[in-house]
Design a protein around this ligand. Structure first.
Ligand code: GLN
Length: 489
């Protein structure tokens, strides 16, 4: 049986565990075998600890055999982006800077997963410090798109998306600062959700841009994404930006909320630069909702054209200050060549950071420097407020917005590596949600002619994740794209 388990959804596996048809050990063995069989070509994992995962699986089986009532994630393997702290495991952010660093503590999201009995499974590849859209900025290895290994999986959580798409874990966690969950989810044909800013504690998530970063789930289905979010959401004293709010039962919300909804189509998300195949698939999704009785209205988010510019000022400013801690003195790469303290900072940082991280630190330092602060950083903050205002105004009128997740399906490896601006533009449709702090989900909504997945993005009101899950689930139930898997040799 074990070999047939790796593409099951977490919800299915959970039901079978409950009825004692399978064991967690069988599930974990099947994902380990699958990972060993395909990860040589997919490259989703930076590292994994087979023995640790099997020990956790056996502990879960033992809990179950003692007749204890267990939560739905107990015994389910979950892949982890290599930016989240797991006690005793390497934490590299795919950077030479963190090299051999081993985390001394658990991130809050990880602690919660462990309390839920989940099996923490491996460290997933990413763009260095989560800066990028293709996972090509990893200093460790290349991850490819399981649907076409000549193409990128998206980024920065490329490993998290590819591992679910390739059956190497039924669930994974990623982080999203400007689209890093939703964009790779769209390009790899899986579900990915960025929660409202403040819903999930960032404690133990290595900081890139603290006012934008959120942790979120990858899964095959909307229900599975809801299950995983349920486990990690909630206030945490260790993150002063985490919100005190009641967390609803998301699976109940999916059942209870059936629409019809009023859905907005922001015209700025359907302009020039949108690939015709993506446009067609998203328009078909819009028509599906109309046929379900939803009211579809045109809306405008007039400051959208400034989103990418504002993001690359605010995100780089915050990164330049967050990354100042990597000085070669404490836990990071320490240059062996240095002759004095200043030389140690310079050399350690020059050797430890890759080119994109350096570009961001330089940009961010520039926009914060005296004389330029008002012209760039302060102005960007003001425009950010306008962008948030656009969304909140739209949500006075509609329940959610439907948009493409990405301007095009997955592009080819190397296609944009020499052109940072083109790379930055692949976040055009995802960045707004981070600037506004609102939740967004990407679900598969079709394929291009060459067989690459296309994603539909649904954006919602702050803390209305339940609405997004319900709206997304309606589409998923009628289309079943989630049941299609790439053919990997
Ligand atoms: N691609 C965007 C960037 O490079 C977003 C990254 C992210 O969400 N972590 O900054």
């Amino acid at each position: 049986m074990a070999e047939t388990l790796y593409y099951r959804t977490a919800s299915e596996l959970s039901r079978e565990l409950e009825s004692k048809k399978i064991t967690s050990e069988e599930i974990v063995r099947s994902v380990i075998e699958r990972t060993k069989a395909v990860d040589g070509s997919v490259g989703a994992f930076i590292s994994f600890d087979e023995d640790d995962a099997l020990a956790r699986a056996k502990a879960s089986d033992e809990r179950r055999s003692r007749g204890r009532e267990l939560g739905p994630l107990d015994g389910i393997p979950i892949g982890i982006k290599d930016i989240l702290a797991v006690e005793g495991q390497p934490l590299t952010c795919a950077s030479r800077m963190l090299g051999k660093f081993v985390s001394p503590y658990d991130a809050t999201a990880i602690r919660k997963l462990k309390e839920n009995g989940a099996v923490i499974w491996g460290r997933l590849n990413m763009d260095e410090f989560a800066m990028g859209s293709s996972t090509e900025n990893s200093s460790v290895k290349t991850t490819v798109n399981p649907w076409n290994t000549d193409c990128i999986p998206g980024g920065s959580s490329g490993g998290s998306a590819a591992c679910v798409a390739a059956g190497e874990a039924p669930l994974s966690l990623g982080s999203d600062t400007g689209g890093s969950i939703r964009q790779p989810a769209a390009l790899c044909g899986v579900v990915g959700m960025k929660p409202t800013y403040g819903l999930v504690s960032r404690y133990g998530l290595v900081a890139f841009a603290s006012s934008l970063d959120q942790i979120g789930p990858f899964a095959h289905t909307v229900e599975d994404a809801a299950l995983l979010l349920q486990a990690i959401a909630g206030h945490d004293d260790r993150d002063s930006t985490s919100f005190k709010t009641d967390i609803p039962d998301y699976r109940k919300e999916i059942e209870k909320k059936r629409g019809p909804w009023k859905l907005g189509i922001p015209k700025e998300y359907f302009g020039e630069g949108l690939d015709p195949e993506v446009r067609k698939a998203v328009q078909a999704a819009v028509e599906f909702y109309r046929s379900e009785g939803c009211e579809i209205v045109d809306v405008s988010l007039p400051h959208t054209e400034h989103a990418v510019g504002v993001y690359y000022i605010i995100a780089t400013a915050e990164a330049s200050s967050n990354l100042a801690r990597y000085d070669g003195v404490r836990y990071t790469h320490r240059s062996p060549e240095a002759v004095d303290a200043i030389d140690l900072y310079f050399k350690s940082r020059a050797e430890g950071f890759g080119p994109e991280v350096k570009r961001r630190v330089i940009l961010g330092t520039y926009v914060l420097s005296s004389g330029y602060y008002d012209a760039y950083y302060l102005k960007a903050q003001k425009v950010r407020t306008l962008i948030r205002g656009d969304f909140l105004k739209a949500f006075n009128e509609v329940d959610a917005l439907l948009t493409p997740t990405t301007p095009s399906p997955a592009f080819r490896k190397g296609e944009k590596t020499d052109d940072p601006l083109q790379m930055y533009l692949s976040d055009t449709y995802t960045i707004g949600a981070n600037l506004a702090g609102i939740p967004g989900i990407s679900i598969p909504c079709g394929f291009s002619e060459s067989g690459l997945p296309i994603g539909l993005q649904i954006l919602g009101r702050p803390f209305h994740e339940g609405d997004l899950f319900a709206i997304a689930n309606t589409f998923e139930q009628a289309h079943h794209y989630h049941a299609k898997h790439p053919e990997l040799k």
